[in-house]
Design a binder for this molecule. Structure first.
Ligand SMILES: [Zn+2]
Ligand SMILES: [Zn+2]
Ligand SMILES: [Zn+2]
Length: 323
């Protein structure tokens, strides 16, 4: 059961998802136990512990290299159930799709140490599922993301990506898309294209660059050592990436992730992909945002929504620089 509840005063949405609290393998099982008893549901051989396969990329022997399936303990799901909403408030059913993409058959490999070919397969599987999920006309936005949390040093969870598709456009994305339209109205140019042009001239916040992509430490980074990867050509949708561009993307993503892993000793981090909402015809410039979670958001951030970043993006760029 999952509900989208609205804050009566601000209209801010929250998903109340009690299923998620039941996730078994987050509790009381250590990484070592999981690995030694082979109870990891993402490892080859344990496929029956997960819902059926939805996407699979195999090697020539028929073993899967990347595998995707529904998230058993989802924040949202498709079976519509009615529920009671107290008369004072507004809520709706948390309709949506949640899936997992396991990025490698190997339990103990980090994203940064995947081969370029393997990383490309991960993106191909994500895009295949994205396009499929987007056919559901109740879905308005699909968030693709990766959470990586190294619990106590070398303990690594089996690497995976997540796809959560929801029936509304979330505030963060809506704000970016609206902001893009407003900037275009005023200046006649895409603000993301403008950022790329400006950062290339100034050079201070560039982390790396190749044929099709640029990585920068954003001028107003919320998080220490935050980075953005942008396609250099104006491109609205991530899901329209062609195979050769996926290759080019991984050629810059891999050294960037390796840099984070090395520089900060496998820090917890999040990767999010921002793309234009489904069937939205407004202007946008898709991008990837990466935030290592080195600092904990505390009282001030909680109280104000304003982040205090102790690391200047200019320093972050020089530390993260990819040669
Ligand atoms: Zn595993
Ligand atoms: Zn643009
Ligand atoms: Zn964004």
């Amino acid at each position: 059961m999952s509900e989208i509840r609205y804050d009566l005063i601000t209209g801010k949405r929250v998903i109340i998802a009690t299923e998620r609290g039941k996730r078994p393998y987050d509790f009381n099982i250590t990484h070592e136990e999981k690995k030694n008893n082979n109870t990891c549901p993402f490892c080859p051989g344990n496929e029956e512990m997960t819902p059926p396969t939805l996407v699979e990329i195999k090697d020539e022997k028929g073993n899967w290299l990347v595998r995707g399936f529904e998230n058993k303990f989802a924040a949202v799901n498709r079976d519509l159930k009615s529920f009671e909403v107290p008369s004072l408030y507004k809520a709706e059913y948390g309709y949506g799709v949640a899936e997992v993409i396991v990025e490698s058959p190997e339990h103990d490999v980090t994203f940064g140490s995947l081969s370029l070919g393997q990383m490309q397969k991960v993106f191909m599987a994500i895009i295949e599922r994205y396009k499929k999920i987007a056919q559901d006309d109740k879905i308005k936005y699909i968030q693709v993301f990766k959470n990586f949390g190294a619990r106590g040093g070398a303990s690594l969870e089996h690497g995976h990506w997540q796809i959560i598709a929801i029936s509304f456009v979330p505030d963060v994305v809506e704000k970016e898309v609206t902001g893009t339209q407003e900037y275009i109205k005023k200046k006649g140019k895409c603000p993301y294209c403008e950022i790329i042009k400006y950062e290339k001239e100034e050079g201070k916040r560039i982390i790396g660059e190749n044929e099709n992509f640029i990585v920068i430490a954003p001028y107003a980074s919320q998080y220490p050592y935050e980075s953005w990867i942008l396609p250099k050509e104006h491109q609205e949708r991530f899901e329209e990436l062609k195979e050769e561009n996926i290759a080019n993307l991984t050629e810059i993503l891999k050294p960037l992730i390796e840099k984070y892993e090395r520089e900060f000793n496998f820090p917890p981090y999040n990767i999010v992909i921002h793309t234009l909402p489904i069937s939205d015809i407004r202007n946008y410039h898709w991008h990837i945002e990466i935030a290592p979670r080195l600092a904990v958001a505390a009282g001030f951030e909680l109280g104000t929504g304003v982040y205090i970043n102790p690391v200047s993006p200019e320093l972050a760029a020089s530390v993260l620089k990819i040669e």
